[in-house]
Design a protein around this ligand. Structure first.
Ligand code: PLP
Length: 438
C-alpha cells in the first residue's frame, strides 16, 4: 500500500490538504474495514486496546452532523468535546486552512515569527485583557505552561513556592503536571500518586480560607471559572472567583483561570470569569480556539508576570513545543475568532440556554435523576447511578443523536449554530433514553 500511495502523490507539488484528501479517499476505496483495524492497533481515550466500549466509525462531518461509515447520520450533542462551536466543516475555517496551506503550513517558532501567530496573539490579548501570550499545542500543554509560569514568577521574586491550590471536582488535563491539579478521584491519581506533586485541594466554598492558610506555600491558584467540566459538570455561583481574585491580589499569588472548556462563549459570556467581573493573572484557552478544527491552545498572562520573569535572572520561559504557533492552526483560530465575534453568538447561546432549561426541566422529577442543571450552551443531567451510560448512548445513537455520557453524567454541549429542531431532537433523545432505563 505504501508504494501505491507514493505513486499517487507527488509530495513536491501536491499541497498538504490535497495529499490528505488523496490518502483518505485511497484508504476508503480500499474498502478497509475501519473497525477491524481500529481493534487491532488503535488506542482510544480512557480505554483499553481493543476498546472495551462501543466505537463507531465516522465517515464525514458537516454542520451539526456526524455521518457514520454505514451512512447513518447523528446530530452532534457533544460538539467534539466543547470545540466545534461553529459546527463542522465551516466554509470560512476551511478557506483559512486552505489558503494558509498554500503559503506556509508550518515553520518553527524558535527565532522566527509570522503573521498568523502574531495576529492571533493580538486577538487573544485584546479579548482576555492579558497581553503576554504563549501559544501551545493542546489544552493540557497550555496548563503545563501556566503552572510553570506561576512557579517561575515566584522564583523570579526570590520565592521558592511550588505548590498549587486546586478545587475538588477539577479537571485540567491528562499530562502529569495537569493531573497534579485534577481532583484525585477523577484522574486515576492513585496510579501515579508516587509521581504527582503534593498540591492542595478544597471545595469551592473553602477557597478563601484555603488561600489564607497556604498563602506562603503556593505558587498559584488554579480554577475552572463558573463551570467545572470533565471533573463533574458542576455550575457555581461566581462569588468564589471574586474571593479568589481579591485574596490572590492581596498576597500576590497568580490566579490561573482554565477557560479551555468555558472560553469563547460556552457559558453565555466570552469567558467564565466575566460572570464574576474579574480578570485572572493567567488564562489558558484551547478547544474552541480553532472552532474545533485543529489542535491549538494558548496561555495568556499579565504584563506584570511576563515582565517579572523576563527582567529577572531567570529571564526566559523554558518551554518550546515543536509545533508552537503552527500557521495552519493560527490561521484557523484567527478565522474562528473573527467568525464568532461577527456572529450574534450571545443571542444564539441564550436561545440554547433557554431550550435546555425548558426541555430538561421535567427530568428533575424522574426517580433516576439526581440533578438537572444548565448554563449557556451546556445542559447536564446527573443520574443517581453510574451504570446507565452505555445504554443511554445506545438509545440516543439509535435515535440519530451522538452523545457520550460518563459516569452519572449525561451532558450536552452544542455548536452555537445548532437549529432549534436539532437541539429539540437531542433533548428528546436524552429524555427518551432515560425513560427507557429499566
Ligand atoms: C478545563 C479543561 N482544562 C484542560 C483540558 C485539557 O485540554 P486538552 O484535552 O486539549 O489537552 C480540558 C479538556 O477537556 C478541560 O476541559
Amino acid at each position: 500500500m505504501q508504494l501505491k500511495l507514493t505513486a499517487l502523490i507527488d509530495t513536491k507539488s501536491t499541497p498538504v490538504v490535497l495529499r490528505s484528501e488523496i490518502i483518505a479517499s485511497f484508504l476508503y476505496n480500499c474498502k478497509m474495514n475501519v473497525l477491524k483495524l481500529d481493534k487491532q492497533h488503535t488506542w482510544h481515550p480512557y480505554n483499553s486496546l481493543p476498546s472495551r466500549t462501543k466505537i463507531l466509525a465516522v465517515k464525514e462531518t458537516y454542520a451539526q452532523t456526524i455521518v457514520l461509515e454505514d451512512g447513518s447520520e447523528l446530530v452532534d450533542a457533544m460538539s467534539s468535546w466543547w470545540s466545534a462551536i461553529h459546527g463542522y466543516n465551516h466554509p470560512v475555517l476551511l478557506q483559512a486552512l486552505q489558503e494558509q496551506s498554500q503559503i506556509m503550513p508550518h515553520v518553527m517558532f524558535g527565532g522566527l515569527t509570522h503573521k498568523p501567530a502574531v495576529e492571533l496573539c493580538k486577538k487573544l490579548a485584546d479579548l482576555s485583557g492579558l497581553p503576554s501570550v504563549f501559544l501551545a499545542d493542546s489544552g493540557s500543554v497550555s496548563v503545563e505552561v501556566a503552572l510553570k509560569t506561576a512557579i517561575l514568577y515566584q522564583k523570579a521574586r526570590g520565592k521558592n513556592k511550588n505548590r498549587f491550590i486546586a478545587l475538588h471536582n477539577s479537571y485540567h488535563g491528562d499530562t502529569l503536571g495537569c493531573m497534579g491539579v485534577c481532583d484525585k478521584k477523577n484522574s486515576m491519581h492513585s496510579l501515579y500518586a508516587d509521581y504527582l506533586p503534593n498540591n492542595i485541594f478544597c471545595d469551592v466554598a473553602e477557597l478563601g480560607q484555603t488561600i489564607e492558610k497556604y498563602k506562603d506555600e503556593v505558587a498559584g491558584v488554579i480554577v475552572e471559572p463558573i463551570v467545572q467540566g470533565a471533573g463533574g459538570m458542576k455550575i457555581h455561583d461566581p462569588k468564589y472567583l471574586q474571593i479568589a481574585r481579591e485574596l490572590c491580589t492581596k498576597y500576590d499569588i497568580p490566579l490561573i483561570a482554565d477557560e479551555i472548556a468555558t472560553g469563547f462563549g460556552h457559558t453565555g459570556k466570552m469567558w467564565g470569569c466575566d460572570h464574576a467581573g474579574i480578570t485572572p493573572d493567567i488564562m489558558v484557552v484551547g478547544k474552541a480556539l480553532t472552532g474545533g478544527m485543529l489542535t491549538m491552545a494558548a496561555m495568556m498572562s499579565s504584563k506584570n508576570i511576563s515582565d517579572t520573569i523576563s527582567n529577572s535572572q531567570i529571564g526566559v520561559i523554558m518551554h518550546g513545543p515543536t509545533f508552537m504557533g503552527n500557521p495552519l492552526a493560527a490561521s484557523v483560530a484567527n478565522a474562528s475568532i473573527d467568525l464568532l465575534l461577527s456572529s450574534p453568538w450571545e443571542q444564539r447561546v441564550r436561545q440554547i440556554e433557554l431550550l435546555f432549561q425548558k426541555g430538561l426541566e421535567e427530568l428533575k422529577a424522574h426517580p433516576l435523576v439526581a440533578d438537572v442543571r444548565n448554563i449557556g450552551a451546556i445542559g447536564v443531567v446527573e443520574l443517581k447511578e453510574a451504570s446507565y451510560a452505555q445504554a443511554i448512548q445506545d438509545h440516543c445513537v439509535k435515535n440519530g443523536v451522538w452523545i457520550r455520557p460518563f459516569g452519572k453524567l449525561v451532558y450536552s454541549i452544542v455548536a452555537y449554530t445548532i437549529s432549534k429542531s436539532e437541539l429539540s431532537k437531542i433533548i428528546l433523545s436524552i429524555k427518551e433514553a432515560i425513560a427507557s432505563i429499566k
